[in-house]
Design a protein. Structure first.
Length: 147
């Protein structure tokens, strides 16, 4: 029974990659197609984000491309860190000082995304991750598991 449950792990990582990837793609596309990068840059100016005209497209495209990379399982350590840094920025410039709960503008949501991005980034990606194709060990065992 335990062996069967251990086989599910790589697929739960796949599920997590897809869900979090969709979340980041949606937020990035909202910035690009919904609000528009000019409006995002203006908002970043009001939030005190340095170089807002540069930061707006960098953040938006990091979210879109990073989300796609999560879904594909490609470049996970780098993508995980980039998206975690995005969430650190969101914390400091938007959510700090507003408490914990997201209903009051707090940081719980960005904290969860931060943690999940790092976990995915350094997990090996689970099932169907492109990173597995670029490694010699293509098994579906979890990183760090005994072979």
């Amino acid at each position: 029974m335990l062996e069967r449950l251990e086989r599910i792990g790589p697929y739960t990582l796949l599920f997590m990659r897809v869900v979090i990837g969709v979340v980041f793609i949606a937020h990035g596309l909202q910035k690009v197609l919904g609000e528009g990068l000019g409006a995002v840059a203006t908002g970043f100016t009001h939030l005190g984000i340095p170089l807002p005209s540069l930061a707006a497209p960098v953040v938006a495209f990091s979210e879109v491309l990073g989300g796609a990379a999560l879904i594909l399982g490609a470049g996970l350590p780098v993508v995980g860190v980039i998206l975690a840094l995005d969430m650190i920025g969101a914390y400091f410039f938007v959510h700090a000082g507003k408490g914990f709960f997201s209903q009051q503008g707090g940081f719980e949501y960005v904290l969860v995304l931060f943690a999940v991005c790092l976990a995915i980034g350094f997990s090996g990606g689970g099932a169907l991750a492109l990173d597995r194709l670029w490694r010699r060990d293509r098994s579906l065992t979890a990183v760090g598991a005994a072979h």
